[in-house]
Design a protein around this ligand. Structure first.
Ligand SMILES: *[C@@H]1O[C@H](CO)[C@@H](O)[C@H](O)[C@H]1NC(C)=O
Ligand SMILES: [Ca+2]
Length: 128
């Protein structure tokens, strides 16, 4: 049994660290504002802390876009900051339509966030 203890300790330590899995899904925006460049071509970039989990596809010419992509991150914990950045793809520089940011909590939560440039983003996340 003594020969097993380093491994056992390693297992116990791994279990003790409060690592959690974050999944972000069901993102949809509504009533995005048109601007001088036309109807938005919106996409969302998802961050956990300073790590980018990736971007959705671009929904062209749509004031009420939704995205079917899910984003999962295994190396997070409660109270880490999740950030969703909504951009409008343009030639050259993409406009930032708004930022949704919050401290993640255990469980499944659905939120609506109002965007600086008008409209809102709905999203759901699960931290387990
Ligand atoms: C997260 O924050 C809450 C409220 O501040 C606190 O009670 C809880 O212990 C924190 N959880 C972790 C894992 O730090
Ligand atoms: Ca555009």
């Amino acid at each position: 049994m003594a020969s097993c203890s380093p491994l056992l300790l390693l297992v116990l330590c791994t279990l003790t660290v409060a690592e959690a899995q974050l999944k972000v899904f069901n993102m949809r925006a509504s009533k995005l504002d048109s601007n001088i460049l036309g109807t938005p071509d919106a996409y969302v970039e998802v961050f956990c802390g300073s790590v980018s989990l990736g971007e959705t596809s671009v929904r062209r010419n749509n004031r009420n876009p939704w995205w079917e992509e899910d984003f999962t991150y295994f190396n997070t914990q409660e109270n880490d900051t999740m950030r969703l950045e909504i951009h409008d793809q343009d030639i050259g520089f993409d406009d930032l339509l708004g930022v949704c940011q919050r401290q993640i909590k255990l469980g499944t939560h659905e939120h609506e966030c109002f965007l600086e440039e008008g409209g809102s983003l709905h999203y759901t996340y699960t931290l387990s």
